[in-house]
Design a protein around this ligand. Structure first.
Ligand code: NAD
Ligand code: SER
Length: 325
């Protein structure tokens, strides 16, 4: 893979850094680009542990003046914007979800249009797809009629990113993440969160009640693959990024009973039961599997983890984590 040369002048700001993705992304960015070149930021003040790891700013993504001040103070050149309400939380608070998900994006896009920053990463989601989209091997370019507030905000965000790129030359990069699964951080209000909770409960109580029913196959990805894809698309030469809305990205697909079966290979007495709630309708509107040919062809994307490899890694790491508590 060819990477842009990361000059010492580059400084990265991660907005919404304390969440499921931000926790892992900040750590990896600091490993690759230097501790002091990556500024973490989120709503709450940093605790002593966070401050020891590198620069941190308390920042509300809706506060454009403060965002601008942080960008100037640290000489920021790239922003990874992760602050958002996810699918399940957004359905409960639609107006605020729309405000947060859209206004935060506009603030960052405007900073780039005004040439205060050079590059933006903003994640989209499989939630852009809706019930009228082909559900198997969903192509990059297809019918996009999202059924959720979250999905509508991601679809609109994609279109705005593309518009800022074509109209103002803003360097925007985006991925339609599947459901993300990791052991280092907790998920924050999504429909795919069950696939994280199930590992914790398997180790703690040997049983789990899934809020999605049997047979609900969804596209998923292990966090190390997602972090690698994120940094890879950001570091790829601009001419390789031919899609400025957002790229389809695939890792694996499974239903609750399949993740349970893969856990049972390690914990034979683990049991799953089902009590579907409002998140079932959200999941039913999403694809079962994703065709990510364009990401593979344009900038060399290739996932490393399948379900069995992920389960082994999750259980080893969570066991170690619980042993320390
Ligand atoms: P998360 O909910 O775990 O983290 C979001 C973070 O943003 C939290 O730490 C929260 O405190 C912070 N935040 C909320 N409002 C803020 C504000 N006004 N100002 C600053 N920070 C604020 O979410 P995540 O899973 O890390 O997702 C990050 C991004 O990735 C989101 O755009 C989400 O839509 C997208 N995404 C995530 C997944 C997934 O499975 N996790 C899948 C697809 C897309
Ligand atoms: N994992 C996310 C969610 O469930 C998908 O964007 O909301």
């Amino acid at each position: 893979m060819t990477m842009d040369i990361f000059t010492p002048m580059e400084k990265i700001l991660v907005v919404g850094s304390s969440g499921q993705i931000g926790t892992e992304l900040v750590a990896e960015l600091r490993k690759q680009f230097g501790q002091t070149n990556v500024v973490a930021s989120d709503l709450k003040p940093a605790d002593a542990d966070q401050l020891a790891l590198g620069p941190y700013e308390q920042l509300d993504a809706l506060d454009k003046d403060r965002l601008f001040a942080v960008v100037k103070q640290h000489g920021i050149t790239q922003i990874y914007l992760l602050a958002a309400l996810l699918s399940a939380t957004a359905e409960k608070n639609p107006m605020f979800a729309w405000k947060l998900n859209m206004e935060s994006l506009f603030h960052v896009l405007e900073l780039a249009r005004e040439k205060h920053i050079k590059k933006i990463y903003w994640p989209s989601s499989i939630a852009v797809f809706g019930t009228t989209t082909p559900q198997e091997n969903t192509p990059q370019f297809t019918v996009i009629e999202p059924a959720t507030v979250y999905g509508i905000s991601k679809q609109a965000g994609e279109r705005w990113c593309e518009w800022y790129f074509h109209k103002h030359g803003v360097d925007t990069r985006s991925l339609r993440y599947p459901g993300l699964i990791g052991w280092k951080s907790a998920p924050g209000g999504g429909t795919t969160d069950y696939a994280v909770h199930i590992y914790h409960e398997a180790l703690k109580s040997r049983k789990y009640t899934s809020f999605l029913k049997q047979g609900t196959t969804l596209p998923m990805m292990y966090m190390p693959d997602a972090i690698r894809a994120t940094i890879q698309i950001m570091e790829s030469p601009a001419e390789k990024i031919k899609i400025r809305g957002a790229y389809n990205l695939a890792g694996m697909s499974f239903a609750p009973e399949e993740i349970a079966a893969s856990i049972q290979k390690h914990i034979p007495d683990f049991q799953i039961s089902y009590a579907p709630d409002f998140r079932q309708a959200i999941a039913d509107s999403w694809p079962k599997s994703i065709d990510d040919t364009e990401a593979r062809n344009h900038w060399g994307w290739k996932p490393e983890f399948d379900l069995e490899k992920m389960t082994t890694d999750m259980l080893v790491n969570l066991k170690n984590l619980y042993a320390k508590v």
